[in-house]
Design a protein around this ligand. Structure first.
Ligand SMILES: O=C(O)c1cc(=O)[nH]c(=O)n1[C@@H]1O[C@H](COP(=O)(O)O)[C@@H](O)[C@H]1O
Length: 270
């Protein structure tokens, strides 16, 4: 099954456009996990098990694991998701981008080592820097287009021959680069007008939309701007607002409640 098929099935099965982001920061862990060698795995696996029936995808952010020499725990976590919650796609958020020969190694890392179903990629270096990921026909390649941070406008809003750079990325992705149907785009929830513009350019292509929750993006505006005609098309990510909804031993139950409320808030506007 391809990433796109898995995603479509998860949208339906869990009636959810919510992607739970796994950005584990040990400083924010409940006291009983602090100091344990496997704390990152235990924390994330508990969140995954508590929310897996409420999401369309999980998105571990590699920096939170690599910064603490915990890539082995990331491998174990992704294996855990595949084994215990088959059918829920895993997006490795790594925002890679490099010349083709190096991109080949990043692709092996994401799809071979970590067994992710999709990876985030920075398209700034152009088509040949994206091709090595597309060589894995079952995998998703999610390109940064209009990011959620304020500084995203520094480059993505530049005029490039009568259109903005993010519009060029969307247009190239949809019309030229996506011959295999593997590409999705990142568009921040903090910019609903641009979500609508990207949707206009790319048709029904799936969009990864971070920026609700801790970054303050508006759920109603996001869904109305980005949903497709059948009420899907979005992976709306929330990380901190779900991971750290509770601070004690009951953190996973608190995360479940936050995920449930977020999924239902999203569904109100589909
Ligand atoms: O590619 C991403 O996931 C991403 C793109 C973007 O434009 N903005 C953005 O916040 N992200 C990621 O989405 C997550 C947002 O986390 P919260 O703000 O805690 O919900 C982080 O893992 C970011 O790295």
């Amino acid at each position: 099954m391809t990433f796109t098929q898995m995603l479509a099935a998860a949208w339906q099965k869990n009636n959810s456009l919510l992607c739970v982001g796994l950005d584990p920061d040990p400083a924010k862990f409940p006291a009983h996990l602090k100091g344990r060698d496997d704390a990152i795995f235990e924390f994330c696996a508990a969140i995954v098990d508590a929310t897996a029936d409420l999401v369309c995808s999980f998105k571990p952010q590699i920096a939170y694991f690599a910064a603490r020499r915990a890539e082995d725990q990331l491998e174990a976590l992704i294996a855990h998701i595949h084994e215990k919650h088959p059918g829920i796609p895993v997006i490795l958020d790594a925002k890679r981008g490099d010349i083709g020969s190096t991109a080949e190694q990043y692709a092996v890392e994401a799809f071979g080592r970590f067994q992710a179903d999709a990876v985030t990629v920075n398209p700034y270096m152009g088509r040949d820097s994206v091709d090595p990921y597309l060589a894995y026909p079952d995998k998703g390649v999610i390109l940064l287009c209009r990011t959620s941070n304020a500084g995203g406008s520094d480059l993505q809003f530049l005029d490039v021959g009568g259109e903005k750079l993010y519009e060029r990325v969307a247009g190239l992705s949809a019309r030229t680069w996506n011959s295999t149907g593997q590409i999705s785009l990142v568009v921040g929830a903090t910019f609903p007008a641009e979500i609508a513009r990207v949707r206009e350019i790319v048709g029904d292509m799936p969009l990864l939309v971070p920026g609700i929750g801790a970054q303050g993006g508006d759920i109603e505006a996001t869904v109305r701007a980005g949903r497709t005609a059948d009420g899907t098309g979005l992976m709306i990510n929330s990380s901190r607002a779900i991971l750290y909804a509770g601070q004690d031993e009951n953190f996973a139950a608190a995360a479940r409640q936050a995920a449930l409320e977020t999924r239902d808030a999203i569904n109100r506007y589909r």
